[in-house]
Design a protein around this ligand. Structure first.
Ligand code: 13P
Ligand code: SF4
Length: 399
């Protein structure tokens, strides 16, 4: 397929997930026939393939997945719940992960060597996770050594990071966290270096907003305790003194979806909808979280809305597939999306019914497509950091 416009070179377009373009994030290829999105039998084909596979396959679905995919998930959840669930299914040889690449990698690390994790479209990455490469993080650690602060620093990496960064975290005595247990993870990390009141530091990767929101709003640190390390600048753009004085060294990364919610949208909702409750994901900017009534992971957002009385009005600042599903799940409440100018998470949306059918039917035919295999050395250290997270007390968040 070609698009041509006057004065511009033609641009080859690949049908979503089909063909191959090695200049894109992971080189997308679907060997075999990807069903057409217009195929009227897709639901019947997915149902039949899943029935044929029975207990051999376990389908995990993140809350941001499309409805057409969620319909075939054995379990839905936030990234913490899905990691737990992946680890708790040793009997299923195939785990089909309807989510994004870092989640499938974590599932591969947490499952047994006899199990295979499948990501129906390899282009389902995460722009935030891509904002920190392992080489950049190693350079950052060298900067912390040069500044004389590495010994007092514990890395805490958000689940939304590559397996290599999780391995870095494990090698340096840190932990992984998700949006549902970030507070507990930070408390644990500070406890390794003298407590929240002490002088130890946390290197928080790669989402500056989750790190700042948790440290300031939940642990009582100040905004001045936080510095932002920019991997594209020498020494992260920081002086030695800034690194020495900081308690939270936040990586300069963010979510391209949640970073777009604004304080103006919260103010407009409060002006236009009497009694409205604002609930947002902690990947939103600090200023936005400050104005919200509730903050939580995707699972916590669902639970909070579920517990509200009929007639409650909500505006929700998280990915649109989930917000639309909330409106369907709770018709007795009034649920709307926080921001007109924010769209779906494009990578979460790459997993569609044609890709799921393709992955399931391939398994029925004895072919494993798009397996996710993490290098064993990387997996070992990443597992150390993931196990540390799973050993923390249960998820917490402050409403
Ligand atoms: P949750 O862990 O809250 O599901 O968030 C994952 C994510 O990618 C949010 O953008
Ligand atoms: Fe990554 Fe943001 Fe999409 Fe979550 S919503 S998967 S953080 S890009």
């Amino acid at each position: 397929m070609d698009t041509r416009s006057p004065g511009r070179p033609s641009l080859p377009l690949l049908v979503l997930g089909a063909g191959r373009d090695l200049h894109t994030e992971r080189g997308v290829e679907c060997p075999g026939d990807l069903p057409a999105p217009s195929d009227p039998d897709l639901v019947a084909r997915a149902t039949a393939a899943k029935a044929a596979l029975g207990d051999q396959v376990f389908v995990l679905g993140h809350h941001y997945q499309r409805d057409e995919v969620i319909a075939f998930a054995d379990v839905t959840g936030d990234s913490f719940k899905l990691a737990q669930q992946a680890a708790a299914r040793p009997e299923a040889p195939w785990i089909v992960f309807c989510g994004v690449h870092f989640m499938a990698e974590s599932a591969d690390i947490l499952t047994s060597p006899d199990q295979t994790v499948i990501l129906p479209d390899l282009a389902a990455g995460c722009s935030m996770a891509d904002m920190a490469t392992a080489a950049q993080v190693e350079d950052c650690w060298d900067d912390l050594i040069d500044a004389g602060v590495a010994e007092a620093t514990i890395p805490v990496s958000y689940m939304n990071s590559s397996a290599a960064i999780k391995a870095f975290t494990g090698r340096h005595g840190g932990t992984i966290c998700t949006s549902s247990n970030a507070r507990t993870a930070l408390e644990w990390a500070f406890a390794q270096t003298g407590g929240v009141e002490g002088s130890g530091k946390i290197l928080f990767l790669p989402d500056q907003h989750l790190g700042r929101n948790t440290a300031v709003r939940e642990l009582g640190l100040s905004l001045d305790d936080c510095v932002v390390y920019d991997p594209h600048r020498p020494m992260g753009g920081l002086t030695r003194d800034q690194l020495k004085n900081a308690r939270m060294i936040l990586w300069r990364g963010h979510c391209s979806v949640h970073g777009r919610f604004t304080t103006e949208a919260v103010q407009a909702a409060r002006r236009d909808i009497p009694g409205v409750k604002v609930i947002v994901h902690p990947e939103c900017r600090y200023e936005v979280c400050e104005l919200a009534d509730h903050i939580g992971s995707t699972e916590q957002i669902i639970k909070t809305v579920a517990a509200a009385p009929a007639g409650t009005s909500w505006v929700v600042g998280t990915e649109l597939n989930l917000v639309k599903r909330l409106a369907t799940m709770f018709p007795e409440q009034s649920i709307s999306f926080l921001e007109k100018n924010v769209c779906y998470c494009s990578t979460m949306n790459r997993i569609d019914l044609p890709h799921l059918v393709w992955a399931l039917e391939s398994l029925v035919e004895g072919r494993v497509v798009n397996p996710i295999h993490v290098d064993p050395e990387v997996a070992h250290w990443a597992r150390v950091a993931l196990d540390q997270m799973l050993a923390l007390p249960g998820p917490t968040h402050k409403d």
